[in-house]
Design a protein. Structure first.
Length: 106
């Protein structure tokens, strides 16, 4: 569990340090629970060259579908779940990032 938290902390820190204009990320913002600005994404390739992807949840029905269709990795939900759930073999780390700031990324 602590490895998962360290991975998530690394992702969030990376998101804060990435040199990406705010308008590029803000187009993927949505309201979670009807009130909280949020982004959804997945981190991939932990052991080789880690990458973080933030995507529009309206275009895909979840993390596994995003990895399958948008990243072109031929896996189904069961395979995705297996590759995301164990820290020793993890290839994917799905996340939901929410904020309570009124106007984030503006």
């Amino acid at each position: 569990m602590s490895k998962s938290l360290s991975y998530l902390f690394t992702i969030l820190l990376s998101l804060m340090l990435i040199d990406v204009p705010a308008q590029d990320i803000s187009k993927y913002k949505f309201l979670a629970y009807g009130a909280l600005p949020a982004w959804t994404g997945v981190a991939v390739d932990w052991h080789t060259s880690p990458k973080v992807y933030i995507y529009d949840p309206k275009e895909t029905r979840g993390h596994a579908e995003f990895v399958n269709k948008k990243l072109g990795r031929a896996i189904d939900f069961k395979q995705f779940k297996t590759l995301a759930s164990t820290s020793k073999t993890r290839q994917y780390l799905p996340f939901l990032c929410m904020t309570s700031v009124r106007n984030p990324m503006q």
